[in-house]
Design a protein around this ligand. Structure first.
Ligand code: E4P
Length: 218
């Protein structure tokens, strides 16, 4: 299972990378705006900084919503760095763009996926990754994990190679549940990854080991 971090914050990306378990980064226009990154050139430079920090895939989202615009933007983003994955929204022109990119050797991430039908379309169009937003489904009292289960079943039924990137992950239980279901990737905040470290028995056990070691040495 791959771990992506869902942020455009360079310090958090570096912290996750330093942990040694990071496989990539996802960003979106809201996350870029949160870091105060605006203007085409600054946005491109920021993507390059992220690519330099991590070894894996870096999703960069197009802003256009028409086919021609998405192709132009996506090709420019893909040309920036080999680690860039072009993130395309789940809309009609987005499906056409996914197919175009797939036919032209450009890797993609289909974003804003909230149903099994949308995930099926994304796979048919040749998306590299599909991003079902589980946290946002949970927010409206719809079980996001059930969607991951459905997509896993559908993709396995037909051997689709599109990777299931469970997005909008909010906490460690989402990560663990996605691992049980067999999602290929999760993307979430740094806390959803570092939180996996924590168990009180680990802390108590370590304290005791160190205390016993100290006592024996006296
Ligand atoms: C996916 O790539 C999105 O950036 C993301 O996971 C959105 O998550 P949110 O619902 O926490 O904004």
């Amino acid at each position: 299972m791959k771990f992506f971090i869902d942020t455009a914050n360079l310090e958090q990306i570096k912290e996750a990378q330093d942990l040694g378990v990071l496989d990539g980064v996802t960003t979106n226009p809201s996350l870029m705006a949160k870091e105060g990154i605006t203007g085409e050139e600054n946005i491109k430079q920021h993507y390059l900084k992220i690519c330099e920090l991590v070894d894996g895939d870096v999703s960069a989202e197009v802003i256009s919503t028409d086919f021609e615009g998405m192709i132009k933007e996506g090709e420019a983003l893909a040309a920036l760095h080999p680690q860039i994955i072009v993130k395309v929204p789940m809309i009609k022109d987005g499906i056409k763009a996914l197919k175009y990119f797939s036919d032209n050797g450009i890797k993609t991430n289909c974003t804003l996926v909230f149903s099994a039908g949308q995930a099926l379309l994304a796979a048919k169009a040749g998306a590299t990754y599909v991003s079902p937003f589980i946290g946002r489904l949970d927010d409206i009292s719809t079980n996001g994990l059930e969607l991951i289960e459905k997509i896993r079943l559908i993709y396995d039924n037909y051997g689709f190679e599109t990777e299931i990137l469970a997005a909008s992950v909010r906490h460690t239980m989402h990560v663990i549940d996605c691992a049980e279901i067999g999602a290929d990737v999760i993307t979430g905040p740094l806390s959803s990854i570092t939180g996996l470290l924590n168990h009180p028995l680990t802390d108590i056990g370590l304290e005791k080991f160190l205390a016993d070691h100290k006592k024996a040495a006296q």
